[in-house]
Design a binder for this molecule. Sequence first.
Ligand SMILES: C[S@@+](CC[C@H](N)C(=O)[O-])C[C@H]1O[C@@H](n2cnc3c(N)ncnc32)[C@H](O)[C@@H]1O
Length: 391
Amino acid sequence: MDLDDFRWLLTDEGQALLAEATALVAEGTPPLAAGSALRRMTTPERAATALTQVELRGRAVAKFADLAPRMYFTPDALEQATRLRVARHRAGRAAAFGAQTLVDLGCGIGGDLVAAASTGIVCAGVDLDPVRVAVAEANLAALGLPGAVQVADATTVDHSGFDLAFADPARRSGAGRSFRVEDWTPPWSWVESLLARDACVKVAPGIPHALVPDDVEAEWVSDDGEVKEAALWAGRTATVARRATVIGAGGLATITDEEDPGPGAVGVRAVGGYLYEPDGAVIRAGLVTAVAAGVDGGLVDPRIAYVTADQPFRTPFARSYRVLETLPYREKQLKSALRERGIGRLTIKKRGVDVSPEALRKRLALSGDAEATIVLTRVAGEGTALLVEPF
Ligand SMILES: C[S@@+](CC[C@H](N)C(=O)[O-])C[C@H]1O[C@@H](n2cnc3c(N)ncnc32)[C@H](O)[C@@H]1O
């Protein structure tokens, strides 16, 4: 979709065709038939533009929930956009910091921009790509949000007049997501200079801790158990060194290095009645021992991110399991133990051991009506199989 196609989509004629395409898809019309029906009303290019937009809105529901049917997307920019729940958390933090104005330096189609504008912060966005700028502008308008967007190079724009600068550098490279920070656009050297002011920069969750400058807070965020990103908070927005924020059905919870007594205080201990599997954001943030301290527990092994304790705790920072028994780790004996218990359906979790759960499940040739979960891991350096149940 080029700029002219998108501008046409926003005209009355374009909107009428988009509504037609939306209705056809909602009725369950197969894509080929919907395309033919639309081509009878307009040119093949415009029919394709409308139909693609409907398809993208459908895909975007996973990220933008009920806002998706009113927004506009391009395939790549949708892929790169921040999911609404994570963007809202960031925007809420920016508002709590007291930012009244924010500039989004590389706003794409406006995933972060619309979340920030929704909080009442006066927002401006720039992007090098004119189509994305037009789409971001249309998204603000479609959601009834104020804000200004323009084509500009983030690396040369004067952002000094804004309370907060935000950036989400593109991390695509020819080989997919790039962990070479100098390949980001804008590159890491520019990000580092931005971190000298009140700023927030979204980065890949795999960012090495050593890369985070002193006095900059790194926050890892997971949504529904999946680590989505890290954000670097600089200047007066930094509150701690490391933070893990987990967003789930029950809301949002956050844990920081201030609550972490560290590995010196939280040691390795024998497996107790309960096992805790820390959220990925906690692991990335290096806060497993903070979670262990929170459940009055310890680690099963110094290098493995499982926590064990004697008491059941409900924590947003880990999945909790009751340990039922220790099963044999050797495959032949494990197979007969599962047989004896009539376990036909098995969830296999593993950490720190070289096992392919799929291949193992096949070799175990399970049969029976019972369902169970086993955890394969190292306990004090020894391969161990634990029969557990979630609670
Ligand atoms: C990962 S996307 C941003 C996604 C956005 N945060 C969202 O949630 O929709 C990065 C954007 O930065 C833009 N970009 C890259 N280099 C830029 C530069 N030097 N100036 C302005 N924009 C730039 C790209 O065109 C792209 O749209």
